[in-house]
Design a protein around this ligand. Structure first.
Ligand SMILES: C[S@@+](CC[C@H](N)C(=O)[O-])C[C@H]1O[C@@H](n2cnc3c(N)ncnc32)[C@H](O)[C@@H]1O
Length: 479
């Protein structure tokens, strides 16, 4: 039986000139996509491999766009079901897929990606823009795209800065007009009114991956860095916080790293570490992490308390961690055990009623659920899967969680509100609405740890120290 050839060049399975090797049965993915292959006869080994990769990436790319499920999740499911992909295959598939989303703001203007040559052109452009090491595959994609643009010439262009990348994409698709602002969705600019002169910095940061940031706990950061360097991990100290460690940009399996397995380092973005630093808990204080999730900030708070403890100022304080998700709290317990932290207890939110005592805590941290626009650098697909609602639909919940949690703060205590959103809708506006309804609280000025600037509410921009984006405001209960 002959396969059905679509006019766009992708072809349902059957007898095809070349049938891409799907390397297994992609259970859970849409069968229409699963069946797609391409009606192009590859000539070289690189083209055959390029075609095979392209089919897998196309299948995943469409699945993510169609179902709006995060790329990370779709990819994890796919690899769980397709064990025969080696680590190199996984890397090419993963990095290429993420690149497509990172540059989708440009690529979507280049034509219909359902057309096979168009999809190959996007893949080769993304590999060139990001200078991926598999240039033989990138060249094969360029050949399969049947582009008339000279590949060697494209390859000779620099791709270091975002302006270089823009020049490169303009060369590859001379008939299309591209702008830097296209790289983030139009609706984002409506809810993130950053000063126009800072826009290019923000776009550049959002179009690249930040390094992996870690935090030393119960170990001196210098000795943690040394142990990591022995394992050939590109680790270095950060100029901002004594416990922060830059782990470089290469992905690694932390479960093979002893300092991690022993709980001596935790993975935590540097912007997220700002929140614990702003909380600055004293060893004798009692803190409540009201939206603790799996405990990234609980562990940081405990570590900071431990580090600050002295004979005169002993570690007698505690942390209570709460979330609505039981599974996240279980994960938190495991992480606390791994770090051998005591003084942390769990109180799950089971209803709107406070799961802890009112008027009790020296400090309450509300790391509220939000749109997560500040983490788009690590999840470039989310900017295209979400819409304006992702930013505008949570303000009422955020204000509600903040108001309910504030009841646990004792007089003279601190209330810290944080999000990983870059929008005032989820940040300043929520804090202002809260302060209007709660005159017993007032803002406490804070110092930006990266810029030194004094401010009342702080947005950590991804371009300041190569991090995610975060927001934080610290308040005090006066009566
Ligand atoms: C930004 S995440 C917290 C991340 C965490 N603090 C960390 O550092 O890893 C927000 C958390 O709020 C929780 N959450 C959502 N709705 C909530 C609610 N109504 N009350 C309490 N927590 C809620 C979510 O389950 C999620 O874990």
């Amino acid at each position: 039986m002959l396969g059905h050839i679509h006019p766009n060049g992708w072809m349902s399975l059957g007898r095809a000139p070349f049938q891409a090797n799907f390397m297994g049965n992609p259970n859970g993915l849409s069968s229409a996509i699963m069946a797609s292959t391409v009606n192009i006869e590859p000539q070289t080994l690189a083209q055959k491999r390029g075609l095979s990769y392209a089919n897998t990436i196309k299948l995943l790319f469409d699945e993510i766009l169609n179902t709006k499920q995060p790329a990370d999740r779709v990819l994890a499911n796919y690899f769980r079901e397709h064990k025969k992909h080696g680590s190199k295959d996984r890397k090419v598939i993963r990095e290429s897929l993420f690149s497509l989303f990172r540059w989708w703001g440009w690529f979507k203007a280049t034509g219909d990606h359902q057309q096979a040559p168009q999809f190959f052109a996007m893949l080769s452009a993304s590999a060139l823009i990001e200078a991926h090491p598999w240039q033989d595959i990138a060249q094969a994609w360029h050949e399969l795209a049947q582009s008339t643009v000279d590949y060697q010439q494209l390859q000779s262009l620099s791709a270091n800065s975002l302006t270089d990348k823009l020049a490169l994409v303009r060369q590859q698709f001379p008939e299309v007009s591209f702008e830097l602002t296209d790289l983030l969705p139009e609706w984002f600019w409506q809810v993130c009114p950053i000063a126009p002169e800072l826009r290019p910095n923000l776009i550049e940061a959002m179009s690249s991956r930040p390094p992996i940031w870690g935090r030393a706990q119960g170990i001196d950061s210098q000795s943690a860095v040394k142990q990591l360097q022995v394992l050939k991990i590109d680790a270095s100290l950060s100029p901002y916080f004594a416990d922060a460690i830059n782990l470089g940009t290469k992905s690694m399996n932390f479960n093979e790293i002893s300092v991690y397995k022993e709980g001596k380092i935790e993975i935590q973005d540097l912007a997220s570490q700002v929140i614990g630093q702003i909380c600055a808990p004293e060893p004798w204080q009692h803190w409540w992490d009201a939206c603790s999730g799996a405990g990234g900030k609980t562990l940081q708070l405990r570590s900071l308390m431990q580090t600050a403890a002295t004979k005169q100022n002993p570690l007698v304080g505690s942390i209570v961690s709460s979330d609505i998700r039981a599974h996240a709290l279980e994960e938190l317990s495991k992480r606390a055990q791994r770090a051998r932290f005591d003084g942390i207890s769990i109180a799950r939110w089971r209803s709107d009623a406070l799961p802890v005592d009112a008027n009790h805590f020296d400090g309450v941290l509300v790391d509220a659920p939000c749109s997560c626009t500040g983490t788009w650098r690590r999840n470039p697909d989310m900017r295209w899967l979400d819409s304006l609602d992702a930013v505008t639909d949570k303000a009422a919940l955020q204000l509600d969680i903040l108001s309910r949690s504030s009841k646990a703060v004792k007089q003279g205590g601190s209330l810290v509100y944080a999000t990983c959103s870059l929008s005032p809708v989820e940040n300043e506006q929520v804090v202002c609405a809260f302060l209007q309804q709660h005159p017993e609280f007032s803002l406490v000025p804070i110092r930006h740890p990266f810029t030194g600037e004094q401010t009342e509410m702080l947005t950590v921009w991804p371009f300041e120290a190569n991090t995610d984006g975060m927001f934080v405001a610290r308040m005090q209960r006066n009566y």
